[in-house]
Design a protein around this ligand. Structure first.
Ligand code: BTN
Length: 226
């Protein structure tokens, strides 16, 4: 299915736009700029004009795949488009697009998903030519350009990513995942050692109290432990 792409110069949020216009059906919205870009956990997502890819797509909600896994697969598919040789980009649990820069993990992009009836609205932001200055983050923002990755025009990129989301039932693996099994980790209300990524998208962790399976909604600030 080729999804129609609506390209806006400016909008509050591509995600909010698609929620407001259900009659558009299955389609994609790309904006040069968002004035009220939304991030996970109610955070603001900086979306300056031309600085990045600000894209939302309405897909049929898939009954067979756990929602958390759909987001991980969508981001993994986008990573393959942005970094076809798999040299630089990987996934930080649950679904952040990250890279290593000067020995430090940096965040290049993020994704969120909202199910509205039978529609799944995926919204992805990727910093392309600049990233906001937020130095107090455990995983600070960075942009693709600073990582030496080349990319075509934003619209061409959007089309490739939308096409890569046609079939998210496939089990695709990112070039690297953080945390890997054995990594000590910390989050708001706990710490432990990563025991791996579960098939349903949760993170399996050994803690002093026993094994926990973290889901995306219960953890915001996952960082290095030890
Ligand atoms: C995150 O916090 O990691 C997720 C960020 C998602 C941002 C994108 S940009 C396009 C779409 N529209 C929004 O308002 N948010 C998403």
């Amino acid at each position: 299915m080729d999804l129609p792409l609506i390209h806006l110069a400016s909008v509050d949020s591509t995600q909010a736009f698609l929620r407001r216009h259900p009659h558009l059906g299955f389609c994609a919205v790309l904006a040069d700029r968002q004035t009220e870009g939304r991030g996970r956990q109610g955070n603001r997502w900086e979306s300056a004009a031309g600085a990045g890819l600000w894209l939302s797509v309405v897909l049929p909600a898939s009954s067979g795949v756990a929602p958390g896994l759909v987001l991980q697969r969508a981001m993994t598919a986008a990573a393959q488009v942005l970094d076809p040789e798999g040299r630089i980009l990987g996934l930080k649990w649950p679904n952040d697009l990250v890279a290593w820069k000067a020995g430090r993990l940096v965040k290049v992009g993020g994704i969120l998903g909202e199910q509205v009836g039978a529609r799944l609205i995926l919204g992805m932001g990727v910093n392309l030519t600049s990233a906001p200055e937020i130095s107090d983050r455990a995983v600070p923002p960075a942009c693709l350009q600073d990582l030496g990755l080349e990319f075509p025009s934003i619209e061409v990129l959007a089309i490739h990513i939308i096409n890569s989301w046609r079939n998210l039932t496939q089990n695709i693996q990112p070039p690297f995942r953080w945390p890997e099994t054995g990594t000590p980790i910390r989050w708001e209300d706990g710490q432990g050692t990563c025991l791996g990524w579960e098939p349903d998208g949760r993170l399996k962790v050994a803690t002093a109290e026993g094994i926990r399976r973290l889901s995306a909604g219960e953890v915001t600030g996952l960082g290095q432990g030890g």
